[in-house]
Design a protein around this ligand. Sequence first.
Ligand SMILES: [Zn+2]
Ligand SMILES: [Zn+2]
Length: 432
Amino acid sequence: MTEDLKKLTSGCSCGKKHSLSTRDIFVGAGATQKLIDYIKDKYDATSALIVCDANTEKYARPLADALGCRTFTHVADARANEIETARLTSYIKSNSLKVSVAVACGSGCIHDITRYCAYENGFPFISYPTAASVDGFVSGVAAMTMHGQKLTYPSASPDALFADDDVYSEAPRRLTASGVGDIIGKFTALFDWEIAHMIIGEHLCPEIASLMRQALNGVYNAASEVGGADSKDFPRRVMDCLILSGLAMQLMGNSRPASGAEHHMAHFWEMHVANPPTDALHGEKVGVATIHVLRRLEALRNSHLPQIDIDIAHVFDKNRVQSIYGELTDGIIKENLPGGKNEYSSSVLYNISPDCLIKNEKQIMELLAGLPSSEEITRVLHGCGAPTTLGEIDLPQDKPFEDVSAIYSPYVRNRLTLMKIISANLVTRGEV
Ligand SMILES: [Zn+2]
Ligand SMILES: [Zn+2]
């Protein structure tokens, strides 16, 4: 880990104290042997548990053989949900295992399942990513789909991360392209963080925002170069940026630096309340969502921001929410009004007035002008082989679905984004 990051934990210009619990990071050739040595040195190696899925078992077995420990294999492409976490927890309990450390040997979902169970059961875990596909390896939150609702849970960060060039570089190209999509989404995530800071004074740490910008630029440059995605070092460049993005989240203590309107839209699709389930990867959905969010934001560039008092009661009216979210309605209302269903002041929209939008309009327009165009992002994602259309990720490719996604995806989180303001204005005006 770089000294720059450690410095932020002893004092930051934003006035907050940040913390990092991931002590060691090694990315490169020979990381697998380093991981084995690390576990033998720091934990009871025979009580380690390697968590993998059917796709990554081939990497888990040699680790388990070298350590003399067990593996637990999830089904191929296992989702991070209550079923898989229960399977892992019940395996540990039914075998009365005292796990000294778990190793997440896989991609994003295996990490979330492992980190969630590690946190619930009180043992540490180590990240051993097998693909440069997602930015959550070192984050401290678990992105779970529990009983159909997509939520982030406070969880444990890994004690260490070991990423072996000879392992993750061998992953299918599709997985690395998904990692690009996850990072490309930081354009709108960072934009939304700045908007929220400007409009409602949400805390923004400039150091962490700059780390995230560094990760974003790294991937954007690597993917924009001619033949960039085909170069031998491309997975490594993506992996480095994914780790940096995860560390930024860990320092912040939440996913704000990494997740804005584009992630809300991806989560909305992952909850499949308005679409059939899709097998698309998280980063693929984020990439396509980024294009759609950018299109909506582009439409604002030559007009004015909405100017109307938001009617929060109307926006979170139970019948309205139910018409889209069905049985997830109570959870969605609770997320948006955490203080109680009539406690409108607990919504991030509570302090949004026409005045504050007018006052900040010039600056917001400047930020909008600084975003890349949806065409540019389409070109970059396409160049890496990532999907760029709804049809390519098995979602309905029509205007009504695009509109429903734009209006109702901001409901997945009580987090301010410009898309949330636009959505609430349209609902208040009765235009949807
Ligand atoms: Zn993501
Ligand atoms: Zn800070």
